[in-house]
Design a protein around this ligand. Structure first.
Ligand SMILES: Cc1cc2nc3c(=O)[nH]c(=O)nc-3n(C[C@H](O)[C@H](O)[C@H](O)COP(=O)(O)O)c2cc1C
Length: 221
């Protein structure tokens, strides 16, 4: 592995971790936001369709509003670990990675499913809502990944959150973006770390347990 390759691997290893504390005194500049959106919208998608929409929230109150629904529903809150539950009882967030300087929301773009562009480029019957969503989730992953790596290369940190109480998101929250709450695929915090240890909460207390990588195989044939 040469120097560039080992630096790239270091970036990926940082990207693997979920940043749970943020220096909210700092601001990510608009040029960087524009660059990150450009990165996210230029990943490969099938037939270069508009498979997803990316919303970047920079307004502090708006970020917090979304961070509050990055949690289990009341019905499934029993699945949450004891430490997190205690933290939540004191007003803490279940997924503080979402309360970042920037919060990116990735929505599957259901409008494109029945668009003229899709019909012309892919032909065949319109895909089902379920089938389309399943296929587009992969492309959302590519976009989020590209934004994540670009962020880390600029010294920022990131944290994914797939735990979202979608059922309580009012339709009005997403209306002007032309998407529906149920199409929200993943939330992704991006910003400046407050502590070196990515697991700690902003108040310095221990956050969620970190698990080591499961063993993996490099299969080469
Ligand atoms: C698609 C996706 C969804 C994730 N959702 C959550 C989540 O809901 N809550 C959470 O705490 N971490 C979530 N993570 C973060 C991973 O758990 C984390 O990146 C991994 O455990 C390693 O990081 P760690 O060292 O911080 O544990 C998610 C990661 C990915 C890629």
């Amino acid at each position: 592995m040469n120097e560039d390759e080992s630096k790239y691997l270091e970036v990926i290893e940082k990207f693997q971790h979920c940043q749970r504390n943020w220096d909210l005194e700092k601001t990510v500049d608009d040029e960087t936001i524009d660059y990150l959106l450009e990165v996210g919208y230029n990943v490969p998608t099938k037939q270069n369709l508009n498979s997803f929409k990316i919303v970047c929230i920079k307004d502090r109150d708006e970020v917090l509003k979304w961070a509050r629904i990055a949690r289990n529903s009341d019905d499934t809150i029993t699945n949450v670990g004891e430490n997190t539950k205690q933290f939540m009882d004191k007003g803490g967030l279940q997924n503080p990675q979402t309360n970042a300087n920037l919060l990116f929301l990735f929505f599957v773009n259901d409008k494109e499913r029945t668009s003229t562009a899709r019909r012309e480029r892919e032909r065949g019957e319109d895909p089902s809502v379920k089938g389309w969503r399943k296929e587009k989730m992969l492309e959302v992953g590519l976009a989020a990944s590209a934004i994540g790596i670009a962020s880390h290369m600029k010294g920022l940190r990131t944290g994914f959150c797939g735990c979202i109480w979608k059922e309580i998101i009012p339709e009005e929250w997403t209306q002007e973006w032309g998407v529906h709450p149920e199409d929200l695929a993943v939330m992704f915090g991006v910003g400046y770390p407050l502590h070196d240890d990515h697991r700690l909460h902003n108040n310095g207390s221990g956050g969620k347990q970190s698990y080591p990588n499961r063993p993996y195989e490099k299969i080469i044939v």
